[in-house]
Design a protein around this ligand. Sequence first.
Ligand code: UDP
Length: 263
Amino acid sequence: MNKGNKLYEGKAKIIYETNDKYLVIQHFKDDATAFNNLKKAKVEGKGVLNNRISEYILTNLGQCGIKNHLIKRLNMREQLIKKAEIFPIEFIVRNIATGSLTKRLNIPEGTVLDKPLLEYCYKKDELQDPLVSKEHIYSFGWATEDEIKLIDSMTLRINDLLSGIFRGIGIKLIDFKIEYGKVWNESLKKKEIVLADEISPDTCRLWDIKTERKLDKDRFRKDLGNVIQAYQEVARRLGIMPEETNISEVNFGKTVPIKLKKK
Ligand code: UDP
């Protein structure tokens, strides 16, 4: 697969075209941003870990019937994915109240929600990704009612599957953001909706079950330190530490053996 021109560069990833018009390469950078780009830094090794963690999660979801854009991981920082027309919406799922929900509605931090709460944000950096209703989505043609019906049911299923994956390694899935796109299905000769983008500690809030220690991007947002060690801990618990990284072996003050797993 030949890597072609850069098609798009976002805050944490770059998309390159390939010689196949239906496929692109997704490259994971080390850049971290927060608060609508006001806070920026390089977190060395983050891209490598997110590439590996997202590959692991999307592969597992795929095995459970969740259609997604991943074809295969190519190397430490890149994945071959299906080229998708991304819906301009961030789909947020919350199991426990924290972050913007607690601020917006004065809900006590840590409230366990009776059922998963779905939120929709319009992807527009200039507007700081505002929360919108389904009516806005339909009114402005960002997605149809049928598309949102399908996406909502996929999203709730993903929440159940992800919650199980993380609970199995001693982690609570507090909330997360996912994106969807439409890809061309050659055998069906029509477009279909797939899970796209990434699922990683950049896009999920993950708390250790026993200690409630944050193992996600909040360590960067809130200057809690040990950002890469937290991502590394998630990868280590999933059993997928990447092979040749120069990421520190120090895990919250303890030295942990890095397991060498080759694919
Ligand atoms: N999130 C994300 N990208 C965004 C906004 C949110 O991945 O642009 C994720 C975030 O990591 C969290 C969830 O979506 O897991 C809910 O985020 P919230 O609205 O609480 O965001 P905050 O404003 O607190 O970052």
